[in-house]
Design a protein around this ligand. Structure first.
Ligand SMILES: NC(=O)c1ccc[n+]([C@@H]2O[C@H](COP(=O)([O-])OP(=O)(O)OC[C@H]3O[C@@H](n4cnc5c(N)ncnc54)[C@H](OP(=O)(O)O)[C@@H]3O)[C@@H](O)[C@H]2O)c1
Length: 294
């Protein structure tokens, strides 16, 4: 039996892991903990819990994800995104479990317009990105068995994300402005969740074969916020108009990279996975949403 602990429940990725946990045909016991049940920013609480409840894998889905708010609420963002991952890595080393941690395309500044590999220079343009990068560095400094997966534009039918916000806005707004020149790869949280389970299955089979470190995962293809919103509007016959605007018009809140397409060759080759195109995955997600609504 493989014991897996998932932090950051009921966030969208934790929920996606919950809904896909039967896909890898693993004999596993997965436990999902909310912030109230297990706060990753409290080292003593974490250690006491993990000593009492030994695990083989910890998937850290807990994070401070409010990108705009992080600019002013810096202390909280730093504690959760930069410091707490170091606690998890330290405990992974001490208590001998493997850590899977999620990071972001926002560690890049978006100035280089070509798919970004894991070893490319990181220069976050906002405080959230700075804290996520610091969290990666904290983990790597412990030289433990830790896999950091950077992803981009995560969405699903659950929680507060680009898709659910768009659907909510479309019921109250007639015109929704979207950038046509902010580019990345929208990533369906269920696809990422399945990949995380597959990575756990493979590492579990052969721990020495898969090098720890940073991996990029996003759906295939490139889209602008406008492309994504337009596709959703078409699929659901939304009445709200999607208006294309230059990214430079969206200056309020935290800065964001204009280009953050992740190169996925390393994860594809290492774990021999195929990655669905964002349009195909969006369709799966919207079908799921339709069945949910009906
Ligand atoms: N969403 C995106 O577009 C995106 C893109 C790239 C990368 N990522 C990364 O993907 C990962 C998963 O994101 P997500 O979209 O699932 O985020 P999410 O829906 O905001 O979920 C994050 C969860 O973490 C919990 N949390 C916050 N502080 C905590 C703490 N100290 N201890 C334990 N739990 C805590 C939150 O609880 P509360 O609600 O109670 O605070 C929430 O349930 C994150 O690492 C994020 O940085 C996300």
């Amino acid at each position: 039996m493989i014991n897996v602990l998932i932090t950051g429940n009921p966030g969208q990725l934790a929920q996606a892991l919950y809904h896909t946990q039967h896909t890898p045909h693993l004999d596993l016991s997965a436990i999902y903990k909310s912030r109230q049940e297990l706060d990753i920013a409290h080292f003593k609480q974490l250690r006491t819990y993990l000593e009492k409840n030994p695990i083989h894998y910890l998937v850290n889905c807990a994070a401070y994800t409010q990108v705009d708010l992080a600019e002013t609420d810096q202390a909280n963002a730093k504690t959760i995104n930069a410091i707490a991952p170091g606690y998890l890595a330290s405990l992974a080393k001490e208590l001998n479990f493997t850590l899977l941690h999620i990071s972001t395309d926002y560690v890049f500044d978006g100035l280089l317009v070509k798919p970004l590999t894991e070893d490319m220079p990181t220069t976050p343009t906002n405080y959230y990105g700075q804290t996520k990068l610091a969290g990666e560095q904290q983990i790597l400094a412990h030289h433990t068995s830790a896999y950091i997966i950077r992803t981009s534009w995560l969405y699903s039918t659950m929680g507060n994300n680009f898709l659910t916000r768009l659907l909510n806005r479309s019921s109250t707004e007639e015109h929704i402005h979207m950038a046509y020149d902010q580019l990345s790869s929208p990533t369906y949280a269920l696809d990422l969740a399945k990949v995380i389970w597959e990575i756990i299955r493979l590492i579990n089979q052969n721990p020495n074969l898969y090098e720890p470190g940073i991996y990029h995962y996003a759906n295939e293809g490139v889209a602008s916020r406008y492309d994504f919103a337009w596709q959703v509007r078409k699929r659901f016959n939304l009445t709200a108009e999607i208006i294309a605007q230059p990214f430079s018009n969206f200056l309020q809140g935290a800065k964001r990279p204009a280009y953050s397409v992740l190169n996925k060759e390393k994860i594809k080759q290492t774990f021999e996975i195929t990655v669905p195109h964002w349009q195909e995955s969006l369709e799966h997600c919207l079908q799921h949403l339709t069945h949910h609504i009906l």
